[in-house]
Design a protein around this ligand. Structure first.
Ligand code: AMP
Length: 141
């Protein structure tokens, strides 16, 4: 794919070159916690196939990402006692994208609690580990 940089951070996570707080994985999708969560449980869902934006991804791969996002959102409602879920997806710098491997943000929400600003807060590793294992556990069964 001409516009895809294989050295982006999420490509390195997919290749196992960088660590991630894994929530879910199947043959087409990988999901992990955002290390700068805008709310507890903020999860990123990415296709394994290289795709820079929603413009580039094959429709079937996009559908798989959305199905996985729905499953994770359902689990997150319980695990994080959420009142709602915010889904975000940004494309190109003009659209707010910072990492150039397509990803969907799944953010559990509480009534009356505003999102933290993007990239404003780095969560503690112990907290991320605990959240990832609880969410992964709920997805398994
Ligand atoms: P955006 O491209 O604007 O959708 O944002 C990229 C997101 O990736 C931000 O929310 C960052 O906090 C998040 N992020 C950046 N590096 C990592 C990483 N190594 N592991 C998990 N999330 C990351």
């Amino acid at each position: 794919m001409a516009n895809y940089d294989p050295n982006n951070i999420f490509a390195k996570i997919l290749r196992g070159e960088l660590p991630a707080y894994k929530v879910f994985e199947d043959e087409k999708v990988f999901a992990f916690l955002d290390i700068m969560p805008r709310a507890p449980g903020h999860t990123l869902v990415v296709p394994k196939a290289p795709a820079r934006t929603i413009i580039d991804i094959a429709p079937d791969d996009l559908a798989h990402v959305i199905k996985a996002t729905q499953n994770i959102a359902r689990a997150a409602m319980t695990v994080f006692a959420a009142d709602g879920i915010t889904i975000q997806q940004f494309n190109e710098p003009a659209g707010g994208q910072v990492v150039f491997h397509l990803h969907v943000h799944m953010i559990p929400r509480k009534n009356g609690v505003a999102l933290k600003p993007p990239l404003s807060f780095k969560e503690e590793p112990a907290v991320l580990s605990e959240h990832a294992s609880r969410l992964a556990g709920a997805l398994q069964g």
